[in-house]
Design a protein. Sequence first.
Length: 337
Amino acid sequence: MSLKPDPVRAIADACLYEGYILWPYRRSALKNQQRFTFGGVYPPGHSENHPDDPSRMQTEVLVRGGLEATVEVTVRFLQVVKRAVAQRLGDELEEVDELTIDGQRYLSWEEAVERELQVPPMSVERLQNGHREEIAIAADRRLEELRDHRRDFAGVLVRSWQTLRGELHMSAAPVAEGVERVSATICNTTPCAGGSRAEVLERTFCSTHTLLRSQGGEFVSLADPPADLREPAAACRNVGTWPVPVGERPDRSTMLSSPIILEDYPRVAPESPGDLFDGGEIDQLLILNILAMTDEEKAEMRASDPRAAEIIDRSEALTPEELMRLHGSIREMGMAR
């Protein structure tokens, strides 16, 4: 039995990986030299000298439902992982820029790992007293052995990441009868004395976004609030993010607050064959470009990132019928006025 895809998770993942790696999906591409550009919550030591790189992200939304309504908050972001390739020389390992084993190419570069902080449901009444959650990720590393066709140990992939520290502050305050303004603020408190852009990103919450769910209450659209709540909606302060209702209309139990401005109830097109990470382009054009790449270009794309390798596999597996559906679809018909 196949599980029905979660449309909320699909939209959240699309925001999480937007800009993660861009066409032509290769390490050598100039525009991939500076990745993870969306939703960064940077260490305060860096933000002090770079005010365009904030150390906090704030979401404010309206919840209608009274003090017994509950709110559950989930914070998701990417943490940069440094991937180093090392070859075996006798009993020693030597770090190299790239390594080829049995025709498989491995490049030293960067990846990312998903991080998630979930706060259990709390009543709006409890949130009026404020609530704080700590974000604490210890530095660590993982080794992946690389072996040749003889199963001899030939090298290793070393994936390592830095310590991350932060806080999530939640609160609620009444704005009208039965309506509360709920706030969720993410702060990066990781020590960072500066350094290169790559070093700072290793201590950054990248592609940060927040999911808010309510039971016994419903969220108010900030883009299209009811007349009696237009003023409180306009007073909500969202810093580096934009909350919209997600799911199936007219349900208002879930809000996605992301660094990408979306319409209310955004959806991933059913014709889309999967994540391409480059939302500024069109799926059809990207896939045709991928299929037209040379074998050498595809090899570098595969070696640059595991998720880039998945894009090649999905693109090459598309049937002619699936490719034709990427030309476009009419969602609805209406009379021109």
